[in-house]
Design a protein around this ligand. Structure first.
Ligand SMILES: Nc1ncnc2c1ncn2[C@@H]1O[C@H](COP(=O)(O)OP(=O)(O)OP(=O)(O)O)[C@@H](O)[C@H]1O
Ligand SMILES: [Mg+2]
Length: 346
């Protein structure tokens, strides 16, 4: 048995005959904030549902706090859920929404009062305790849903894309709220998102999923700087990924990512990786060994983004706005160097 706080062991999850998550192993430490990140349909919600006890695994085991809960029903697992639709009780006040679970648990009334007030205060809603959910903004409803889960002091809090209904500014605010709450309460949290920047900002560790598998698991910095595969790099914003077509005499020949075409780009140095990848910011424009034609230019505040067409396809570059400006149709030199490349496997 693992000594992790939450341990998923050889978990296979299926809907009828269709397997959504095959043979998943994942250990989560106590007090950790893990994010499950990955494209639509990769199995994030399915994994959460299994942890919550809302679906029975086809095989494998789930341990929480040292106990095998695989056959334990959802309401006995002490797990908090905050999903995208907050499922607040519309006819109850904010106060009563938070008190609801405590009343079911038959907590003494003076304790309920104290815990609900503390819960509302924690998320900054103490002034709005008498409002109904419909009289709250999206972000306030979101915080109410959080408070409602937190007062139950769950062993694990599962959050499935809880911020996706909020506008960009509120999302950022709620992100830092969540981080603060997590530090204060030290509750183990699993946070699902398909937003790369949200995962990077929040997580102690990121589980990047693809087709029900773990594609890569690591800290935000590990995933951001050192993705291992083409899939992970693509997901983490390495927009320039090229196949290493050949390598000889101290030169490395790149081809388009999905092609073996004879058009190649040579760069100095050698690499045994199957692919090399660069973030747009790692491509310098204006000088370098390579040449291409500017196909588009986009102003992005601090930077300017170029798409340059060359022998192996399109290269995306991001350069500081202060640099010399190139126009669509200009032929420019650019640099892709081995020293700034991330080597990848398929
Ligand atoms: N109730 C269901 N019945 C049958 N198949 C399902 C059901 N729910 C999900 N699936 C399938 O299981 C796979 C994983 O789905 P899941 O909902 O876990 O994805 P997800 O990663 O949460 O995606 P999203 O980001 O879109 O929410 C998908 O192929 C999906 O079509
Ligand atoms: Mg989902």
């Amino acid at each position: 048995m693992s000594d992790a706080y939450v341990s998923l062991q050889q978990l296979t999850l299926a809907y009828g005959d269709s397997i959504a998550v095959p043979d998943l192993d994942l250990d989560i430490n106590e007090g950790e904030l893990i994010t499950l990140l990955g494209p639509s349909g990769c199995g994030k919600t399915t994994t959460m549902r299994a942890i919550a006890g809302l679906m029975q695994p086809k095989s494998g085991r789930i341990f929480i706090d040292g106990v095998d809960v695989t056959r334990v029903s959802a309401n006995k697992r002490q797990i908090g859920l905050v999903f995208q639709s907050y499922a607040l009780f519309p006819h109850l006040s904010a106060y009563e929404n938070v008190a609801f679970g405590l009343r079911l648990r038959r907590v003494a009334s003076h304790q309920i009062q104290q815990q609900v007030n503390q819960g509302l205060e924690r998320v900054g809603l103490q002034q709005l305790a008498t409002r109904k959910p419909a009289e709250l903004s999206g972000g306030q409803q979101q915080r109410l849903a959080l408070a409602r889960s937190l007062v139950m002091q769950p062993k694990v809090l599962l959050l499935d894309e809880p911020l996706s209904n909020l506008d960009a500014k509120l999302r950022l605010e709620m992100r830092s709220e969540l981080q603060r709450l997590q530090r204060e309460t030290a509750i183990t949290m699993v946070f699902v998102t398909h937003d790369q920047s949200e995962a990077l900002a929040l997580a102690d560790r990121i589980v990047l999923m693809s087709d029900g598998h773990i594609a890569q698991l690591g800290t935000a910095e590990e995933l951001y700087n050192a993705p291992d595969t083409v899939f992970a790099a693509d997901f983490m914003g390495f927009e320039n990924i090229f196949k290493v077509a050949d390598e000889r005499d101290g030169l490395c020949y790149l081809a388009g990512r999905d092609s073996d075409v004879s058009a190649r780009l040579e760069i100095a140095g050698s690499s045994e990786a199957g692919y090399l990848a660069w973030r747009p910011a790692a491509v310098s424009v204006g000088q370098g060994q390579h040449r291409g034609e500017v196909r588009s230019v986009a102003f992005a505040g601090e930077t300017r983004e170029y798409v340059i067409e060359c022998t192996i396809g399109f290269v995306k570059a991001q350069v500081p706005v202060g640099n010399r400006v190139h126009a669509v149709g200009d032929v420019v030199d650019f640099e892709l160097s081995l020293s700034t490349a991330r080597p990848l496997r398929d």
